[in-house]
Write a protein that binds this ligand. Sequence first.
Ligand SMILES: [Zn+2]
Ligand SMILES: [Zn+2]
Length: 280
Amino acid sequence: MRLILLGTRGGPRVGASGRNNPSNLILINDVPYVIDCGYGTSRQLLAAGVTLDRLRHLFITHHHSDHNLEFGTLFYNAWVSGLAARMDAYGPVGLEQMATDFFSYMKLDIDVRIEDEGRPDPRKLLFAHDIPKAGIVLENDDVKVSACEVHHPLVKQAYAYRFDAKDRSIVISGDTTYAPQLAQFAKGADVLVHEIMYLPGIEALLKRLPSATRLREHLLASHTVPEDVGRIAAAAEIKTLVLTHFVPGDDPSITDAQWTEGVRKHFNGRIIVGKDLMEI
Ligand SMILES: [Zn+2]
Ligand SMILES: [Zn+2]
């Protein structure tokens, strides 16, 4: 079981920060499981050595664009790369409609390519599944994937995912404010990949974005500060904590020590400050 961070920058903006928008890749017996697909995920998968025709399983934590913007596009890129088997996508309620809407959005192109190039109908290859409530999402010979509802207002449904394979267990928090149920859900896992927000960095970010008038309230109400990340990791008794979804994710003046300082107050285990294409 391999974990590769594809994009570690929180938020929807695209920029030259050295961090891409959120996405994570888990490979189990070389089968890819993609968790979230912010802008750039197709290219990051290729950079990680995964050709897109191999995609089979996609999980969306919640319907914010930094996590789902490439949902349709990623599948489309897999299709034109020769995807031969079905791809299953799982996410909060609304995902099935997004798949239908994407095919309508790209209908002109898709219909031409089927007729002109003899490609299979992509509408028969993508199976989108709304997850109405927490529980087991997928179970096969290699892995059991389960979902836990976390707290990320004003988004109605936001999930964390847990992957239990034979050799390791990995939990991906998705976006959430401090959520004690996540500690319970992640109990005893080998790796917890958790989002993080650094408050002193937020003030500088807000100065750069004066038009987003409610952004401060949104950030404070829906993301997790380092001290609380440490509390969750300690309560979950995990071995390794991987920080990702950095908010702000485009401020190189924030050092790794600053990201981890608050976490350390509560968590004594191994802490990794995530970087794009890092493998854990
Ligand atoms: Zn996000
Ligand atoms: Zn979000």
